[in-house]
Design a protein around this ligand. Sequence first.
Ligand code: AHM
Ligand code: MG
Length: 333
Amino acid sequence: MKRVSLTQHLVEEQRLHNTIPAELRLLIEVVARACKRISYEVSKGALGDILGSADTENIQGEVQKKLDVISNEILLEANEWGGHLAAMASEEMESIHPIPNRYPKGEYMLLFDPLDGSSNIDVNVSIGTIFSVLKAPEGMGEPTEEAFLQPGTAQVAAGYAVYGPQTMLVLTTGDGVHCFTLDREMGSWVRTQSNMQIPTSTKEFAINMSNKRHWHPPVQRYVDEMLAGKTGARAKDFNMRWIASMVADVHRILNRGGVFMYPADMRDPSQPGKLRLMYEANPMAMIVEQAGGAATDGTQRIMEIQPSKLHQRVPVFLGSKEEVELVTRYHAE
Ligand code: AHM
Ligand code: MG
C-alpha cells in the first residue's frame, strides 16, 4: 500500500477538486492534531487520572466527565491561534467561543462534540470526537450565535475521530469520505480507506430498544417489522447492534451498512430526540450522504433543517438508503 498522509491527501484533493483552500487545510490538520492529543489522553485511562466526573454540568444539564472537559480544552486551545477561525461552538459550552483578540481571525467556524459517547468513557468502550465546519457569513463583525445557525447543506467539511482498538479519522470535504488510521509510532495519520460507500440495503439496525414503549407509532411499526424476521412483512432476519457511541455505530455502518436511529419519543414533546443537530446530526448526515447513504429526522433531510438554536436536538435516522427511506415513508403515512 502506498502511504498517503493526511497532509498529502488534503494537498492532492485541492489540486484535483479545488475544495480545500490552504486555510481549510490548516483547520483540518489542527483538528486532526487535537484528536491525536485526545486519543493519547483517552488511552491513559485510570493511569492519567482522567476518568470519572468533573463535578460540573454542561448546558444540557448533563454531568460532565473529566475527559469531556479535557477534550473541549484541547480543541479550543489547538484552534485558537492559527488564524483560520472566526469562532467556535461546542456541545460542552453554553455560548459560542469567539477567537481571543490577540489572534488573527479567519473565515471559518468550527463546531464540535469534543467527546461523544460519554457513558462509555469509564468502561473502555469506543468513544469519539465529531466536528463540523461552516463559513462565517460575509462581512460578519463580532461573531454571534445567529452566524452559526446555518443548515447542514452549508457545511464545508465534517468528520469524526473514533478512539477504539485503532484511532481513526473519517473526513469529508464534499468529495467523498476518506478514512485515516493513526500510526502511533510515527505520530501521523495515514489514509487507509478512500471513497467509503455505505451498502444501499442492510440486515442490521441500531437503536436503544429500552425506550421502545415511548416510541411513536411509525418507529414501533418499522422496528416490529424488522423483529418479525423472515416470516414477517420484511421477509428477512435482522441483526441488532447498539454501542451507545454514535461515532462507533456510524463507523460500523460506513463500513458494512446498517441503519442508526435515535428517534423523538412521547416522554417530553419539548425534547425531539437526544442528539444535537449542530454537533452530531449534521456532521454525521454529511458524512453518510457523501458515502451514498441517507439521513432524515423522520420527515425531512437532516441537512435541510434550518436551525433555530445552537443546542437544538433532532430525531435521527441515518445509514443505508433503503432503510432510511422506508422508515421516513412510515412517518409520512
Ligand atoms: P453524549 O454526547 O452525551 O455522549 O450523548 C450522545 C450519545 C451518542 O453517542 C449515542 O448514540 C447516544 O448518546 C446513546 O444514548 P443512550 O445512552 O440513550 O443509548
Ligand atoms: Mg458528548
